[in-house]
Design a protein around this ligand. Structure first.
Ligand SMILES: NC(=O)c1ccc[n+]([C@@H]2O[C@H](COP(=O)([O-])OP(=O)(O)OC[C@H]3O[C@@H](n4cnc5c(N)ncnc54)[C@H](OP(=O)(O)O)[C@@H]3O)[C@@H](O)[C@H]2O)c1
Length: 297
């Protein structure tokens, strides 16, 4: 038995917030929604959602308030003057420092606070492939995990350290954004060279299929702190990047991320790691700040 009219309030109806509210409705949860631009709620209202008068109204009437706003300051501004929601689940992207600030703000207001990181695109929400990471107090997660599962059957609880989900999200966003930037730069090269783009895309897909094995292997090498130079070395990678940079120059393509890659790999080779395998670079970069003189960027 609950004292609340709604199982869920969803604040923020961008593509992700709309997907979350839609999944809640599909699972049969009474859901109240709010968005700064209320017109975006219309398709959800046709599916049975209720539109709140304002964000505090939504948060007050629901057992769990899910926020999916642009950033965390927007969450605090939206709820600061409100009667504290019972439980707040913050599903927007944020770095760990922002999450700790938000958790301290929530604690001061007596809000049960969970942080989450959505690892799937909006169309996957509510499907078996959707994955969301959660961190924060175990009691809050256990009390509400059944309802949260409507968003992602593969919800993973990482433990009480509230910024843990954001830590994984930032490392994974690093992978996603730099890999996407690399793919787009490769397309720029392919376009300038007049390559057959569908054929290029087929070969590019084959390369991306190598990633799962590489990720597992690098994790092992980093855990063991051992970097075998098979099947390839940092010195060989540095030469390969130089070939690509020269090709980009000849084609008049913007060098994009290539100078940064040349600097990263070149530094590791100059430090004597040329014969090591690729995972050594992660170890060297992780120590980069330690070796940077105070005051340097
Ligand atoms: N889209 C995805 O597939 C995806 C995947 C994984 C994670 N995420 C994360 O989910 C979060 C939301 O993503 P989205 O795609 O739904 O983003 P979005 O389209 O940028 O939506 C942002 C939401 O924040 C609201 N907003 C922005 N500034 C605000 C303010 N100052 N006060 C109140 N509300 C404000 C917007 O309201 P208005 O409608 O009025 O502008 C909108 O509801 C992001 O953190 C994103 O990184 C998204």
């Amino acid at each position: 038995m609950t004292d609340f009219e709604f199982d869920l309030a969803v604040l923020g109806l961008g593509p992700m917030g709309r997907a979350l509210a839609g999944a809640a409705l599909d699972a049969g949860h009474p859901t109240i929604v709010w968005n700064r631009t209320p017109q975006k709620a219309r398709p959800l209202l046709e599916r049975g959602a209720v539109l709140a008068a304002d964000a505090p109204d939504a948060a007050r009437r629901a057992a769990v308030t899910v926020c999916c706003l642009l950033d965390y300051p927007a969450v605090q501004r939206t709820l600061d003057d409100a009667e504290a929601p019972a439980v707040l689940v913050n599903l927007g992207s944020a770095h760990p420092g922002e999450v700790r600030t938000a958790a301290a703000w929530a604690a001061a207001k007596g809000i049960g606070y969970l942080d989450g990181a959505i690892l799937s695109p909006a169309p996957a929400i509510g499907t078996p492939t959707a994955t969301i990471l959660y961190s924060g107090p175990a009691a809050v997660f256990e009390a509400h995990s059944a309802v949260l599962r409507c968003f992602a059957p593969r919800s993973v609880y990482l433990g009480p350290e509230v910024a843990a989900a954001a830590g994984y999200e930032m490392a994974l966003l690093d992978l996603f954004t730099t890999a996407t930037g690399g793919l787009l730069h490769a397309f720029a090269l392919a376009l300038s060279a007049g390559l057959d783009l569908p054929l290029f895309a087929r070969f590019a897909g084959g390369m991306s299929a190598l990633l799962p094995e590489m990720a597992q292997r690098y994790a092992r090498h980093l855990a063991d702190d051992v970097y075998p130079g098979e099947p390839s070395t940092l010195a060989a990678a540095t030469t390969a990047i130089a070939h690509v940079a020269a090709a980009a120059h000849d084609l008049g393509v913007d060098p994009g991320p290539l100078p940064a890659l040349q600097a990263m790999f070149g530094r590791a080779v100059a430090d004597g790691h040329g014969a090591d395998g690729y995972a050594r670079l992660a170890r060297a970069l992780a120590r980069f700040r330690d070796s940077t003189p105070t005051g340097s960027p």
